[in-house]
Design a binder for this molecule. Structure first.
Ligand code: ARG
Length: 403
């Protein structure tokens, strides 16, 4: 329904002195929403009716029947104000969307690339309800950009790099059971990871064992790589299954480890711009002028960091996908991380720095406290989906088929 048109029609049949077009021109949207959704100023009618505008508004108000799509009509200081019923408005919009595949579509995107980095899980960690907000936000943006004529590219920046995989390899080699992993997939890996932490509390030397394996992954030791790839395959299979279930749009899975081969090049580029300085043995980019702590590029042992791999990933994406926007969706606890490395890219002089966007969302907490895979305090997304299905079924059975 075109609400404005309906209001103009209604006024037109009650004001003989003005034409439909004249009323259409007069009807305006009030600056403040408390004054309604549309307003008809009665000042220019003063001359015709030889009455004060507030009296004209008042008389018109008395003459009009309030149709069902309006909550009320009020006369306020020479204006006739119309308040649209919210339910009717929502219904009309939803009808419109359902009956029109192209609702809201446009071509302003001109086919340009927009990267959406979202639901970027870590290997061996399940999707839990805390990720739901992330997945839904990223996926909605994907669809919106597509409708606007952009070419969205969904990327899962899989967390497949870090010391935790050394720990997991140790746990797997010590307590792992392939048969159970085959049955329970990623959940079994999560259990092993949790077991490692429980055991390491009792015997801190396990931390060293974990570190040894993580070093072996970096050195590309064949056994370490074989087990790490095995974990990764299980995680990707799991991710794809859930992404399918939720109809999430993804085009690529590019894990953090992929960028390791390019890290040296990134460091070289930062050095060439004279941005790299040594601080307590580490190589950093200073960000004093932005009141931010330095962005650490290389640890004192030469290892890369999360930020280093994000910088490398951004350069890779700029070179390979030529994006107008690259949007990262994560929990808001990562706001500083993104602010810092976006500044590094800016200082490096890349013009595409302006296309980098971080969307930080709030965290989901359970009554039992913060969600933590390590501590075992999670509700997995699969559990949540299954429970929702069961509840829906229960209600359908209670209320009959159409309930
Ligand atoms: N895997 C990360 C995490 O769980 C999120 C990655 C977000 N994407 C990125 N390019 N940093 O916190």
């Amino acid at each position: 329904m075109d609400f404005k048109e309906e209001i103009v029609k209604m006024l037109d049949s009650n004001i003989n002195e003005l034409s439909y077009e004249e009323i259409d021109k007069l009807l305006e949207v009030p600056k403040e929403s408390k004054l309604g959704d549309y307003a008809m100023p009665c000042f220019s009618l003063s001359k015709i009716f030889r009455k004060a505008p507030n009296i004209i508004a008042e008389e018109l108000k008395d003459k009009l029947d309030v149709p069902s799509f309006l909550d009320k009509i009020e006369s306020i200081s020479g204006y006739l104000n119309f308040f649209i019923n919210r339910k009717e408005f929502s219904k009309s919009i939803i009808d419109n969307i359902l009956n029109n595949d192209d609702y809201g579509a446009s071509n302003i995107g001109n086919g340009e690339n927009v990267i959406l980095d979202y639901a970027s899980l870590n290997v061996a960690k399940p999707f839990h309800i805390g990720h739901l907000k992330n997945a839904v936000t990223g996926n909605s943006l994907y669809r919106i950009y597509k409708k606007l004529g952009y070419n969205p590219i969904g990327i899962n920046h899989l967390g497949d790099f870090g010391t935790q995989f050394g720990k997991l390899i140790y746990a797997y080699k010590t307590w792992g059971d392939d048969e159970k992993i085959k049955q329970n997939g990623i959940y079994e890996l999560t259990d092993l990871y949790q077991k490692f932490h429980v055991e390491a509390e009792k015997d801190p030397s396990l931390e060293d064992k974990g570190r040894e394996w993580s070093l072996k992954i970096e050195e590309k030791d064949p056994e370490a790589i074989r087990i790490w790839t095995y974990f990764k395959d299980i995680s990707i299979e799991y991710f794809n299954r859930l992404a399918d279930k939720m109809d999430l749009k993804f085009d690529k899975i590019i894990g953090e480890a992929f960028y390791m081969d390019f890290v040296d090049d990134t460091v070289k580029k930062i050095k060439e711009k004279n941005l790299l300085v040594e601080s307590e043995g580490a190589q950093v980019v200073m960000l004093d002028e932005y009141n931010m702590p330095p962005c650490i590029i290389l640890r004192s042992d030469g290892g890369s960091l999360y930020a280093t791999r994000d910088i490398t990933g951004a350069i890779y994406r700029a070179e390979n996908f030529n994006f107008v926007k690259s949007i990262y969706i994560t929990g808001s606890e990562q706001i500083l991380h993104f602010k810092q490395w976006f500044k590094v890219i800016e200082k490096m002089g890349y013009p595409w720095a302006k296309g980098l966007v971080h969307l930080g969302h709030g965290m989901v907490k359970l009554e039992s406290g913060k969600l933590s895979t390590r501590g075992g305090n999670i509700i997995t997304l699969e559990e949540a989906i299954n429970e929702a299905k069961e509840k829906a079924l229960e209600i359908m059975i209670q209320n009959g088929r159409d309930g």
